[in-house]
Design a protein around this ligand. Structure first.
Ligand code: NAI
Length: 341
């Protein structure tokens, strides 16, 4: 089994090499992302392994099939970059449904506290021997309301932290999980209530064609003045220009963003020498109460181990003709994409 792993970083190689050792899977690594332009690289391989910003559209799928590639191994949970409907009956798609939900939950808490307690500004000041407290007044979270959109694996870990802090948690999900609500102590409400009542809004749902730019001028106008938005899910959930406008006008206090709608051009790469051309991202980065991470929420030793182990096991199951519990596919009868959680 020859596998080509696209968009490879040293940390991918380190973990995939360890966990594919002594298996029948031979992995080659390329720095390039999989796109229509780079799909020719997959010739001669049986499978490709891709991450969050690779583009696996119909054109790429056709190319992969032409080369005899039989499996797309997503080493992430989100599959919005793959045309799953088009892949049906052409090529198998597997993913890693959960690699370390608490990694993302823990960093969400960290980002939230950075904003509410001005932690980056405090560090910056003391490094310059400025020990004054001017400009560092923050606010407590206890008894404030957090609104969580999407209540899956990551959100449930995050809710435990929020409840631990003493926050009141309300949530919205297209498929409410009432057992989780009871166990963790949160309440399901509709989206408008989330917008109206939340001091902190956390996005923890997948990006689909129905919820793209769900955070836009209209939904922001429904929000509490001074709310904070945390997005560790997908950048496309937020209309960034509308968010910038709302932060500038102080309607929104700030945002903690691990993802950005046009991240694929820059995230995961060191652009410090060449700079960036994206004026929206530039403006976002200049705002005081905005924290941007380059899609690093998952990046822990535990998550990287889990990604490599599950991806390799997905390939082994495929090779052995076993049931693929991590397959993602389009179901015509239900007219929807099916994944197993
Ligand atoms: P999950 O599949 O366990 O939970 C997602 C939840 O969102 C489900 O309960 C689902 O019913 C709900 N949902 C689906 N569409 C919705 C909608 N339109 N509105 C409200 N809820 C909706 O997923 P998990 O593992 O909790 O991950 C959530 C998202 O986080 C992923 O889709 C992915 O985009 C992102 N992610 C980001 C990472 C990072 O490093 N920043 C790492 C892993 C995931």
């Amino acid at each position: 089994m020859k596998l080509l792993l696209f968009d490879a970083k040293q940390y991918d190689k380190d973990y995939f090499d360890i966990y594919s050792e002594n298996s029948e899977i031979e992995i080659s690594y390329v720095d390039d992302k999989l796109t229509p332009e780079t799909s020719y690289m997959a010739e001669g391989y049986d499978g490709v392994c891709v991450f969050v910003n690779d583009i696996v559209n119909s054109e790429v799928i056709d190319k992969l099939c032409e080369f005899g590639v039989k499996i797309i191994v997503l080493r992430c949970a989100g599959y919005n970059g793959v045309d799953i409907k088009y892949a049906k009956n052409k090529i198998t798609v597997v993913r890693v449904p959960a690699y370390s939900p608490n990694s993302i939950a823990e960093i969400s808490a960290g980002m939230m506290l950075c904003l509410t307690r001005k932690i980056p500004q405090a560090i910056e000041k003391t490094k310059k021997y400025n020990f004054s407290l001017e400009g560092l007044v923050g606010f407590d979270l206890v008894n404030k309301t957090a609104g969580v959109i999407g209540t899956g694996k990551i959100a449930q870990q995050f809710i435990k932290i929020l409840v631990g802090i003493g926050m009141n948690v309300i949530a919205y999900d297209v498929f409410p999980n009432n057992d989780a609500a009871r166990e963790l102590g949160f309440k399901y409400v509709d989206l408008d209530t989330i917008y109206r009542e939340s001091d902190i809004i956390s996005l923890n749902c997948p990006l689909t064609k129905d919820n793209a730019h769900m955070i836009n001028e209209n939904s922001i106008n429904k929000m509490k003045d001074g709310a904070i938005i945390i997005n560790t899910a997908r950048g496309g959930l937020i209309d960034t220009k509308a968010l910038i406008k709302a932060i500038k006008s102080k309607k929104i206090y700030g945002a903690a963003l691990d993802v950005y709608e046009n991240e694929k051009n820059y995230f995961f790469n060191d652009c410090s020498k060449d700079g960036i051309d994206d004026e929206v991202l530039k403006e976002l980065l200049q705002l005081e109460n905005v924290i941007v991470f380059s899609h690093q929420a998952y990046l822990t030793k535990e998550a990287l181990t889990s990604i490599a182990v599950v991806s390799i096991n997905n390939i082994k199951s495929f090779l052995n003709g076993e049931f693929l519990k991590n397959e993602v596919f389009y179901d015509e009868l239900q007219d929807k994409i099916v994944d197993f959680r």
